[in-house]
Design a protein around this ligand. Structure first.
Ligand code: PEP
Ligand code: MN
Length: 372
């Protein structure tokens, strides 16, 4: 059971103390307080864990300072929606809003290779009014002899260049908890020129110790990728590890699933699940067409498969797109064959805007149908 307190209630208020004391002495029930930091105010939710079936929701609703009571019907206690349309979704980070209602594009390098390529990428994004990017410093590779990413050595120039080009948020994968501290330190040393969203890659979806470490810190939000070979439910449960440790600023990313049924694509595109995740949870949903499709092939209509896949996700309401670009894909050290070209950025963004507009029109049409 989740008890949502009125927005004006703080830990020090009389109502909070009374309600919390009452709940704490319920036999066989543990309480856990969860704070949701919104743009204007902090919302307090109290979770009752244990056998809550015998509790009366009406009695609890009548306690001081209680706004609403929700019976949890499904898993993903904190991140879940629990059939409650009013539950807030999303968060703000470094001036950028992330929610189930808007769209952010994270175009950038799969892996940082040279400062020149980083600069070219960020400059192009800036020229197109973009404020977010992706930049891989720590790369999980199949082959131990492949390039593993420049790691912390590249962070100073990546962050400084990001600041110079007005980039507010960089999605950056971490593969070990030490990387969080490295990123934190480097941001501090460079004077916080930008922000970082910690990415959990598909190979680490169920690396529970890493998830706990990323969940324990509150500084950075998290981009969490679904596992490539597990069910959606298993991935959503894994995402809940982040929230259960205290960090519920989580975006869930679809990136395709591994099966040779996807041939000739790298993974089977799973973007039809965008609305499913929005229904089951409060997380904004990201799509990663690059790691799903994995190539620059195009169909007779002249549109790249990557862009068709992107459109499929956006037309279903995706809230974020993570996409690989590279100034010289032939020289890219990771995933060159799936990188879009700088000359295609303008086209890509226009196609995205067109598809988003179409989604918004579909949303209106659905509203008209429901109110008719
Ligand atoms: C990536 O985004 O660079 C990446 C490695 O993706 P995934 O974890 O989805 O394979
Ligand atoms: Mn990659």
């Amino acid at each position: 059971m989740i008890i949502i307190l009125e927005p004006s209630i703080t830990d020090h208020s009389e109502e909070y103390q009374q309600t919390f004391n009452y709940l704490s002495q319920l036999p066989g029930i543990a309480t856990r307080v969860h704070k949701i930091q919104g743009a204007q105010q902090t919302l307090t939710e109290i979770y009752l864990i244990g056998d809550t079936k015998s509790l009366s929701a009406d009695d609890i609703h009548a306690l001081p300072g209680v706004e609403r009571v929700i019976r949890i019907s499904e898993e993903y206690r904190i991140l879940g929606r629990h059939r409650d349309k009013q539950r807030t979704s999303g968060f703000e980070y470094n001036g950028i809003q992330f929610s189930q209602d808007n769209l952010n594009i994270f175009a950038g390098l799969c892996a940082v290779d040279t400062p020149e390529h980083v600069k070219t990428m960020l400059q192009a994004l800036h020229e197109h009014g973009q404020t977010c990017t992706r930049m891989g410093a720590y790369k999980p590779r199949t082959n131990p002899y492949s390039f593993q990413g420049h790691g912390q050595a590249c962070l100073p120039y990546v962050f400084e260049l990001a600041g110079q080009y007005g980039i507010k948020v960089i999605a950056m994968e971490v593969t070990h908890e030490d990387h969080i501290e490295e990123i934190h330190k480097c941001l501090e040393q460079t004077g916080q020129p930008t922000g970082v969203m910690l990415q959990i890659g598909t190979r680490n979806t169920q690396n529970f110790e890493l998830l706990k470490a990323v969940g324990r810190q509150q500084e950075f939000p998290v981009l969490f990728k679904r596992g490539f070979g597990i069910t959606l439910n298993e991935s959503l449960n894994a995402a809940e590890y982040l929230a259960s440790e205290g960090n519920s600023r989580v975006i869930f990313c679809l990136r395709g699933v591994k099966t040779n049924m996807s041939d000739p694509h790298r993974n089977l595109v799973d973007f039809s699940q965008v609305p499913v995740i929005k229904r089951l949870t409060r997380m904004p949903v990201c799509i990663d067409p690059s790691h799903s499709v994995g190539s620059r092939e195009h169909s007779p209509d002249g549109i790249l498969d990557l862009m068709h896949a992107t459109a499929q996700g956006i037309i279903s309401g995706a809230n974020m797109v993570l996409v690989d670009f590279h100034p010289e894909p032939a020289k890219a050290l990771v995933d060159g064959p799936q990188a879009m070209l700088m000359s295609e950025l303008d086209w890509f963004l226009k196609d995205v805007a067109l598809t988003r507009e179409c989604y918004q029109k579909r949303q209106k049409l659905a509203q008209q149908q429901r109110t008719a």
